[in-house]
Design a protein around this ligand. Sequence first.
Ligand code: NAP
Length: 240
Amino acid sequence: MARVAIVTGGTRGIGEAISLALKDAGMIVAANYAGNEEKAKAFTERTGIASYKWDVGDYDACHEGVAKVAAELGPVDVVVNNAGITRDGTILKMSRDMWEDVIRINLGGCFNMAHAVFPGMRDRKWGRIVNIGSINGQAGQYGQVNYAAAKSGIHGFTKALSQEGARFGVTVNAIAPGYIDTDMVAAVPPEVLEKIVAKIPVGRLGQAHEIARGVAFLCSDEAGFVTGSTLSINGGQHMY
Ligand SMILES: NC(=O)c1ccc[n+]([C@@H]2O[C@H](COP(=O)([O-])OP(=O)(O)OC[C@H]3O[C@@H](n4cnc5c(N)ncnc54)[C@H](OP(=O)(O)O)[C@@H]3O)[C@@H](O)[C@H]2O)c1
């Protein structure tokens, strides 16, 4: 039977590429999104992949969303915690809301989703959870104490949960992308982006499908011995 996968933030950017890669791998995919109806509708029409709206930062909404996907597509075997936001600013300019939103969505979303799917994965003795961290969670980044803390937290969360999942056949891994050509990076001022690209040894931004390939591997049966790991896909920018 085809496995059922949820990709949070799966309707555009890196998430869209992940949704497509898991579909190509033979999975039934549910792509979650936050509120960009237009992009979600176009994505579903283009790919045939169902899209589901909920806020991953909302604990109850995650449980309801997972239950809806399970009722419509079947029990959830794979979750890719990809949804994420930035609210950049130096600490002197960072409001409490900027801090809390980033922690709630980026890090809290991982807990909310894992909490909703882990019992079923444990009972069925198979599961794959892949959390999308960031190079900036590994190395830190000026103006991103909120984002770096959330992403760094994701890496710790991954290592801890992998220890709980191992004996149930549930693997938990992270991917730490470097700078990838998506809307999120398009929001970076061009003069800043130029300086960033100059520091990437391969000399370019990454492409979303290059992250998706890594996710597809970690979600495969063949990756059953890989757990608690962080795969850095960053063009050689940071070796961790
Ligand atoms: N791009 C990079 O260079 C880069 C580098 C390292 C790590 N990452 C990480 O990779 C992931 C994807 O990044 P991206 O560049 O593809 O981002 P993006 O283009 O901004 O897309 C973000 C996706 O997440 C969804 N989302 C945002 N908040 C959500 C919420 N509260 N609940 C549910 N879905 C939510 C968005 O839904 P809507 O469409 O409805 O808004 C969208 O589908 C993020 O975790 C990001 O931190 C990105």
